[in-house]
Design a protein around this ligand. Structure first.
Ligand code: RFL
Ligand code: PHB
Length: 395
C-alpha cells in the first residue's frame, strides 16, 4: 500500500503519539509506525511526574481531560538525608507544581484519542525502514498484517527511543554522542498499597538511594539504588521491603507494605546526540537524548521536544522553514540544562558505586551528605532545585 503524507513518524511512545496530535491540530497529515504491539507499549512502566509545562502542552491540544481528573497535583517533594526529612515547597519557592500521572496513562490517553480520530497509527509493524532522508524524497517502508507499506513523506521523524533505528541514519562523521554511564541502577517496584506519603520522597542513606513515588491513591511506586550488575532474582519481595524500610525510615513515620505487582532493574545513563536534525530527518525524545531518572525529566523532555518540533513542522508545511532550521539548536540548548540538573540530582542522591576507589568512598559519601544538608538548609538552593524540577519554559 502506498501513502503520501507530509510527515512519517517512527515510534509510538509518548513523543510520537503526541507529535501526531500536534500535527493533526495544525491540519498536517501523518503516518505513525510502531514495531511493538499496542499492548506491549502500554505495559511499559516508566515515568510518573509531569512538569507544569508538560501539562500545559497536553491541555493546549485537548489531551488532558483524564489527567485533570486522576492526576495528583504535588506542591513539592521531600528530600531526606540519613533519616532527616525536609519538605521542599515548590509552590512557596517558585509558585509552581508538578502532576503525578503515570506515563502509561499518558500513552493510553494519547492512543485512545488517535482511535477516536481514526489516525493512521500502525502498531506491531515489522521491517520498519526509513531511507532517503539526505535527499528530497524520504521514505518509510514497513510491513503490517502481511501487507507491505511505502510512505512517501516530506519529513521522517525519529521518536523511536534510545534503541531505535533513526539516529543511526545520521552518518558517523556528523553525529557525535556525548555519554556518561553511572555505577548505580534503579530497582523499581509497583505495589498494590496506598502511598505512605503525601508527596514523593527522595532519600540518601548509607546503604544507597531510596525513593517513594506513587501512581494513584491505591498504588505505590518505589525505587532502590542497586549495583548495575545486580540481578532482580537476588531481590525477594521481603528483601526489597526490608531495604526500603531501612533507607526511607524516619522517626514517627511508617512505610506500609503491600503486594508487589511488578519489579525490574534499570541501568542509568546520560546521552545526548550532537544534532537532532539531518537532511529531512528530525529526532525527538529518547531517540536524541536520555537522562538518569532522578530528576524526572525524560518524559518531560520528550514532550518539550515535540511541542517545539510539531510547531516547526506545521510552519514548514505552510512554507516557512525557519523554526525547523533552528529546532535542533533550540532543543539541544534546553536539553543540556536538563542534563546538568539530572546529573546533579543523581550524583547528590546516590552513594558512591563499585567503581569508586575504596579509600575515597567515605569522603565522597560525606560530601554528598554535606551537599544535601546545604540544599535542605538554604532557600536559595531550594529555589534552584524547585525551578528546575518543576520545569524550564518551552520556547
Ligand atoms: P519511548 O517511550 O522509548 O518510545 C519509543 C517508541 O519507539 C518504538 N520503536 C520503534 N518503532 C518502530 N520501528 C523501530 N525500529 C522502533 N524502535 C523503537 C518503541 O517500541 C517505543 O514504543 O521514547 P519517547 O517517546 O521519546 O519517550 C521517552 C520516555 O519514555 C522516557 O524519557 C521516560 O520514560 C524516562 N523516565 C522518566 N521521565 C520523566 O519525565 N519522569 C519520570 O519520572 C521518569 N521516570 C523514566 C522514569 C524512565 C524509566 N526507565 C524504565 C527507563 C523511570 C524509569 C524507571
Ligand atoms: C516515578 O514515579 O516513576 C518517578 C518519579 C520521580 C522520579 C523518577 C520516577 O524522579
Amino acid at each position: 500500500m502506498q501513502h503520501r503524507v507530509p510527515v512519517a513518524i517512527v515510534g509510538a511512545g509518548p513523543a510520537g503519539l503526541l507529535l501526531g496530535h500536534i500535527l493533526r491540530a495544525h491540519g498536517v497529515d501523518f503516518v505513525l509506525v510502531e514495531h511493538r504491539s499496542r499492548d506491549h507499549v502500554l505495559s511499559r512502566i516508566r515515568a510518573g511526574v509531569l512538569e507544569q509545562a508538560s501539562v500545559d502542552v497536553l491541555d493546549r491540544y485537548g489531551l488532558a481531560e483524564r489527567l485533570h481528573t486522576d492526576g495528583l497535583v504535588h506542591g513539592g517533594i521531600h528530600l531526606q538525608v540519613e533519616g532527616r526529612r525536609t519538605h521542599i515547597d515548590f509552590e512557596d519557592l517558585v509558585g509552581r507544581t508538578v502532576t503525578v500521572y503515570g506515563q502509561q496513562r499518558v500513552v493510553e490517553d494519547l492512543m485512545a484519542r488517535h482511535d477516536e480520530l481514526g489516525s493512521a497509527v500502525f502498531y506491531g509493524a515489522s521491517d520498519v525502514t526509513p531511507s532517503g532522508v539526505d535527499g528530497d524524497a524520504p521514505r518509510l517502508e514497513f510491513r503490517h498484517d502481511g501487507e507491505d507499506h511505502v510512505v512517501q513523506a516530506d519529513f521522517v521523524i525519529g521518536t523511536d527511543g534510545y534503541h531505535g533505528v533513526c539516529r543511526g541514519l545520521i552518518p558517523t562523521e556528523i553525529l557525535d554522542v556525548a555519554e556518561r554511564s553511572y555505577d548505580a541502577a534503579w530497582l523499581g517496584i509497583l505495589a498494590d498499597v496506598a502511598p505512605s506519603t503525601d508527596e514523593l520522597i527522595y532519600a540518601l542513606h548509607p546503604d544507597g538511594f531510596g525513593m517513594h513515588s506513587m501512581r494513584s491513591p491505591t498504588v505505590s511506586r518505589l525505587y532502590l539504588q542497586v549495583d548495575p550488575t545486580d540481578d532482580i532474582a537476588n531481590w525477594s519481595d521481603e528483601r526489597i521491603w526490608a531495604a526500603l524500610q531501612e533507607r526511607l525510615g524516619t522517626a514517627g513515620w511508617t512505610l506500609t507494605e503491600g503486594p508487589i505487582t511488578e519489579k525490574s532493574i534499570t541501568p542509568m545513563r546520560s546521552s545526548v546526540a550532537s544534532t537532532l536534525a539531518y537532511g529531512r530527518l528530525f529526532l525527538a525524545g529518547d531517540a536524541g537524548h536520555i537522562v538518569p531518572p532522578t530528576g524526572a525529566k525524560g518524559l518531560n523532555a520528550a514532550i518539550a521536544d515535540v511541542a517545539m518540533l510539531g510547531e516547526a513542522l506545521a510552519a514548514a508545511n505552510g512554507g516557512s522553514d525557519g523554526l525547523l532550521a533552528s529546532y535542533s539548536r533550540r532543543a539541544l540548548e534546553r536539553q543540556w540544562k536538563i542534563q546538568y540538573f539530572s546529573q546533579w540530582m543523581t550524583d547528590m542522591l546516590h552513594t558512591p558505586g563499585a567503581e569508586t576507589p575504596e579509600g575515597e568512598r567515605p569522603f565522597r559519601y560525606r560530601s554528598r551528605v554535606g551537599q544535601l544538608a546545604y540544599v535542605t538548609g538554604s532557600r536559595h538552593a531550594q529555589q534552584t532545585l524547585a525551578e528546575q524540577y518543576t520545569g524550564l519554559a518551552i520556547e
